[in-house]
Design a protein around this ligand. Structure first.
Ligand code: GUN
Length: 313
């Protein structure tokens, strides 16, 4: 072995670069703030978001609070409509229709925080949000537009993951992206984005899920690995190709056996995978803040489409 090769063999792999979603979200918020002020100059009102929050699940309340605080930072008005967790589907559908008819004031964007209680038909509720106010991008019309390559409102987390990769300069064209998780909220829309033509796209995409055989063999072939299943630290170092970009969408609350206290962990074993990957997003401070930033961008887009300043779809 030459001296150089010996040194290379012994050199520890440099730790992965951190995909700092919080810092990127701050930059996005700064540019949105300026765009919102332009909207206000023209329209003499602020874009407005109405959030429906059902029940008192602590995590949902905390996410909604973050969304409201972020909206306020960029100059978007917001209102949270709280609903008792005994609500039934018809009542929730009726409430959404009334919000859409602006009984609760202007509503450029309407968002129903998930999950909903078991007795509620989630699909029926999400379908009741008019597609041009659907800032979550969950309505079938918006899902269809995305699948046809003419996106209008893209689901916020999926949009945030793609933005994070573009911002970090992670090449997607011709690369193998493996997404673990097939949800309508993250996995499916992200697969469409990464496979679409253009910047942040042109990847070869594989979607894995709970019935996938040989998960580790598949993830080891990923240049870009996205974990979005909600299983604490499912992705271990042996499942990661050296140098891969690893994006962790999971937010799991676990009890630390050492301290007995609750803490947040992602779907990726961060410490171990950081030693192998080329890039890795942390939890918290990774994808979460970007999801919120993309929601703000969608709300401004909804307001602009409404006044005819932007074309939707
Ligand atoms: N709950 C978890 N993620 C989301 C999201 O992106 N949108 C909504 N509305 N609820 C969620």
């Amino acid at each position: 072995m030459t001296q150089g090769a010996e040194a290379a063999a012994e050199a520890p792999h440099p730790q992965a670069a951190i995909l700092d979603g919080k810092a990127l979200a701050s930059r996005i918020e700064a540019s949105l703030t300026a765009e919102v002020e332009t909207f206000v100059d023209v329209c003499k009102r602020r874009p407005r978001l109405v959030v429906v929050l059902v029940g008192d699940v602590a995590a949902s309340a905390s996410y909604v609070k973050s969304k409201q605080q972020a909206a306020a930072r960029v100059g978007i008005d917001s209102e949270v409509v709280r609903v008792d967790d005994s609500v039934v589907t018809a009542e929730l559908v009726d409430l959404i229709r009334r919000i859409a008819a602006e009984e609760h004031g202007p509503a450029d964007g309407i968002l129903v925080q998930l999950p909903l209680p078991d007795q509620v038909d989630e699909r029926a509720v999400l379908d009741a949000v008019p597609p041009d106010q659907d800032v979550d991008g969950f309505h079938p019309e918006n899902a269809g537009l995305l699948s046809q390559g003419r996106p209008r409102f893209v689901p916020c987390t999926a949009a945030g993951v793609q933005r994070m990769l573009i911002d970090a300069g992670v090449e997607t064209a011709g690369k193998h992206a493996v997404i673990v998780g097939r949800s309508d909220i993250v996995g499916k829309p992200l697969a469409l984005l990464l496979a679409s033509r253009g910047t942040g796209g042109d990847a070869t995409v594989t979607i894995c899920h709970s019935r996938s055989a040989g998960l580790a063999e598949i993830t080891r072939t990923a240049d870009i690995l996205v974990a979005a299943v909600g299983r604490p630290e499912l992705i271990t170092a042996d499942m990661v190709k050296p140098g891969a970009a690893v994006v962790d969408v999971g937010i799991n609350r676990v009890v630390d056996p050492a301290t007995g206290k609750g803490r947040l962990v992602g779907d990726v074993d961060f410490a171990a995978v950081r030693a192998i990957a080329g890039w890795i997003s942390p939890v918290p401070g990774g994808v979460g803040p970007l999801t919120v930033a993309m929601l703000l961008a969608n709300t401004l887009l909804a307001a602009e489409i409404r006044i005819g300043h932007r074309r939707g779809g």
